[in-house]
Ligand binder design. Structure first.
Ligand code: ACM
Length: 596
């Protein structure tokens, strides 16, 4: 039963879908197609099977989203992904009831959309890797049919090197530009003191406003370091004449001009939190990324805001940390009118270390947990239950065509020269890339370029390794019996015998190095993990020895404890940009076995 608006995807659609499953059939109510689509997605999740066949359990469901803006930003500029990659990510978004695909379409490292008005943008700025307008229309339509809006971002005035190859007059410094190949904040920026810039952007935004039907248009606005503005005499003169005291005021002037252009084309401005400056009208949307302060300030001042701080999926964080990051911050004490200004949030997938091959595994399944944060009531925050359900969702996503599971297996076969991957898998199961932007900062030594092959073990490893997490969890459960505080029985979803689980996993790992060593000996790119593999086996051996001690009611001496803890601390040092994620569990075991 459907009523209301047909065929348009818009912010603040009524996405509720009350439905009922009974002996008489299934009744689904909705005010628009989104509700119908979401109802079917939920129904799919409820399908069960047993020896007698497939069935639904009788139920009544009242479900609607907590936030209207449930976004995923994909950076297609630092690395480019073709249409099929975007489409399968749209499928995953629908399965997790997300509704905004934000495409970061231009960067220092690439300009990724065809412009018919200014063809040198994509011809010179993309290495031939860009979406044609027809392809983009196909993506937008594919998304629309799944209730998903597509918001384009053209980051300006900075992050714009790729524009300047074809149109150097837009830039602030008269020099020869080439596509940037390194990561990090770059100096090039558009010239805000030249009328040419605004004439150009008027035509360009006019073209893109027609291509992208959504009413929101993202202008970036982040990380302008002002260096090239300082080097340009005309810009300095313009600032003096107009009494502009610093780069922030100058950028606000620039943004005010861009806003006029957007309004002319019936678009609403979205920008990173740097655009929140005095003298910007509050009919713009602030995307908070550097912290939560901008979001709170924006919401209080009557701006709409979306949160991305805490949802940076490229930081290799555990799912739990993202999941518990709520867009409504308790301590901010916002009243309900102010809370309404917070439209929701966006996961951001920046692409320094993602390729067509591993991008799905960097985004999924962790993003599904954030999608739940955007959809479900605030009180839904049982982490163990989230992880239990996330496993099911992950397999569902694979069935939809996402490659986060199968490409890891493929990567492991490549790393082992198609030999047995079991021992490599055992290692991959307990390591994770070093968190935050530590890998990026190594780029300052120019270790990483845009063209660097991302085919190392770190590139196929988990951001939140499930087996490592289960080992940590089983350890916590196992040592409870040595604590006076609780006597609760184990309630882990993956085992009802944490001790046996630990012993099995640690046994596997303690013998692993012998096997893996032989395989990586013939794999040049895997050689770097040899010491890591050795350390994992040593950690596991310490774990087993400690459990043995505990089980025979023996205690480590203080000297022995210190010795073991020191060794374990050494094993925390990253190797090949990877960290062993079971060391903390073994440390706990050692401390308990020492009477702590
Ligand atoms: C950003 O991460 N520079 C928005």
């Amino acid at each position: 039963i459907i009523s209301g608006r047909i065929g348009k995807v818009k912010l603040n659609a009524d996405d509720a879908y009350p439905f009922e499953v009974s002996e008489n059939g299934i009744q689904l109510f909705a005010n628009n197609e989104n509700g119908i689509i979401y109802g079917f997605e939920t129904l799919l999740q409820l399908l069960k099977a047993d020896g007698n066949g497939y069935y639904f359990t009788n139920c009544r469901i009242e479900d609607e989203p907590r936030f209207p803006w449930r976004g995923l930003m994909i950076d297609v500029s630092r690395h480019f992904y073709p249409v099929n990659v975007i489409k399968r990510n749209i499928d995953a978004m629908l399965a997790t009831k997300m509704n905004v695909l934000h495409l970061h379409l231009s960067e220092d490292q690439g300009f990724r959309i065809e412009s018919k008005v200014f063809p040198k943008l994509h011809e010179k700025g993309s290495d031939g890797l860009y979406f044609t307008q027809n392809q983009m229309k196909e993506i937008i339509e594919y998304a629309r049919l799944r209730g998903i809006r597509v918001v384009p971002e053209f980051d300006m005035p900075s992050h714009t090197t790729s524009w300047f190859l074809g149109y150097p007059k837009l830039s602030s410094l008269d020099t020869v530009y080439s596509v940037e190949r390194t990561w990090g904040i770059q100096d090039p920026a558009m010239n805000p003191a030249n009328e040419y810039t605004y004439q150009f952007l008027d035509k360009f935004i006019g073209e893109m406003a027609e291509l992208f039907p959504d009413e929101y248009f993202h202008i970036g606005g982040d990380e302008n370091n002002g260096i090239h503005w300082k080097k340009n005499k005309d810009i300095q003169k313009y600032m003096k004449e107009n009494e502009i005291k610093d780069k922030h005021e100058l950028q606000t002037k620039f943004n005010q001009r861009i806003l006029k252009i957007l309004i002319k084309y019936n678009k609403k401005m979205v920008g990173w939190d740097e655009i929140l400056q005095p003298n910007m009208p509050n009919n713009i949307v602030i995307q908070s990324w550097r912290g939560k302060e901008a979001m709170i300030e924006a919401a209080k001042k009557g701006y709409n805001a979306i949160l991305s701080n805490g949802y940076y999926i490229d930081l290799f964080w555990d799912t739990e940390r993202h999941y518990l990051n709520d867009p409504i911050i308790k301590d901010a004490n916002l009243n309900s009118d102010v809370e309404k200004n917070i439209l929701g949030g966006e996961v951001t997938s920046w692409a320094e270390f993602t390729t067509v091959e591993n991008v799905d595994s960097r985004i999924w399944p962790r993003t599904a947990a954030i999608a739940e944060r955007f959809w479900s009531p605030k009180y839904v925050k049982d982490v163990d239950d989230m992880y239990r359900r996330l496993e099911t969702v992950s397999f569902h996503l694979e069935e939809l065509g996402l490659t986060h599971i199968k490409n890891r297996e493929m990567g492991m076969r490549r790393l082992t020269n198609n030999e047995d991957v079991n021992s490599l898998r055992n290692l991959v199961n307990v390591v994770e890339p070093i968190e935050n932007y530590t890998r990026h900062r190594r780029g300052e030594k120019k270790q990483y370029l845009q063209q660097s092959p991302l085919t190392r073990v770190v590139d196929i490893s988990y951001s939140d390794a499930p087996i490592a997490r289960k080992i940590r969890k089983a350890t916590d459960e196992y040592i409870k019996k040595y604590s006076s505080e609780t006597t609760e029985k184990s309630s882990l979803y993956f085992t009802n015998n944490p001790k046996q689980y630990l012993i099995n996993e640690l046994n596997k790992l303690s013998n692993n190095h012998k096997k893996l060593e032989l395989i990586i000996a013939n794999s040049p790119v895997s050689k770097e993990i040899k010491p890591l593999s050795e350390n994992i086996s040593k950690v596991a051996k310490i774990g087993l020895e400690t459990i043995d001690h505990l089980e025979s009611n023996k205690k480590f001496s203080q000297k022995k404890e210190q010795e073991l803890l020191k060794i374990l601390t050494d094993f925390k040092k990253p190797i090949a940009e990877l960290e062993i994620r079971i060391v903390s569990a073994v440390e706990k075991l050692v401390m308990v076995a020492s009477g702590e």
